[in-house]
Design a protein around this ligand. Structure first.
Ligand code: ZN
Length: 247
């Protein structure tokens, strides 16, 4: 039996047995871990708080024959502010859905955890617009997973910037105002393309560091949402619920 410590965030729980939970934890050093939390449904159980959705904890796991158990969970953050608003809560659950459906078992890049933690932090404390948090999560998630769209220049002529550009959500191809005129791709203001470049090319701790007005954020996240779905070839159920609760 192996015993190890890592921090991580709970992104799904399901009930098993009389009072136990199966907890999906996105960890810093071991990727996604599916673990049993014995007795965690009991209000007085020592694992109760640390096994709840969105709890960010220092965990101690034990592992034997690929079966994991949580033996300790020391809560560092519970993102209480998420519960204040249905749109915030739905967006946070959408991020969980994306991670659960797309993260390969063996993936151990800690940037997934960092992206999720920062996204929930801004959602919870309300200091960034919801549409900005959504767009950053979607596009950075695609980029970290190896699907960064080639938006550094026009795919045809190499132009870096024109007032409007054309972004193809299926191929990720970018065209300038001249080359894109006859394409099917939607026309996008340059400020939105600049934001996409920022999200893709910034260091992890700077990805949220840009400003756009709400209309432009909406254009941005409609593109990033479609692009992410296309990268992973599947719809995410919670996007519709998010838009219904946001609008
Ligand atoms: Zn061009």
């Amino acid at each position: 039996m192996e015993k190890f410590n890592t921090d991580g965030i709970v992104i799904k729980t399901s009930v098993t047995g009389e009072s136990d939970l199966i907890v999906f934890v996105l960890t810093r050093s071991r990727g996604m871990i599916r673990a049993f939390a014995k007795g965690a449904r009991g209000m007085k159980n020592k694992l109760h708080a640390g096994s709840s959705l969105f709890a960010y904890c220092d965990f101690t796991f034990t592992e034997k024959n690929d079966v994991y158990h949580i033996s300790e969970a020391s809560v560092k953050e519970i993102f209480f502010g998420l519960r204040s608003d249905i749109a915030k809560l739905t967006l946070a659950q959408y991020f969980c859905e994306v991670l659960l459906k797309t993260l390969p078992d063996a993936e151990t890049d800690e940037e997934y955890l960092l992206l999720m933690l920062r996204s929930l932090y801004y959602l919870s404390n309300g200091t960034k617009h919801l549409l900005q948090i959504k767009a950053v999560f979607e596009l950075r998630m695609a980029a970290v997973s190896g699907y960064a769209p080639p938006v550094h220049a026009c795919d045809n002529c190499g132009a870096f910037q024109t007032d409007t550009m054309y972004f193809n959500c299926i191929t990720g191809e970018l065209l300038c105002s001249r080359c894109g005129r006859l394409s099917d791709a939607p026309e996008v203001p340059f400020a939105v393309i600049a934001a996409m470049r920022h999200i893709i090319f910034s260091p992890p701790d700077k990805v949220f560091g840009f400003r756009l007005n709400e209309d432009l954020l909406r254009s941005l996240t409609l593109l990033t949402e479609k692009y992410l779905q296309n990268c992973f070839q599947q719809p995410f159920r919670l996007t519709d619920m998010f838009w219904a609760s946001f609008n």
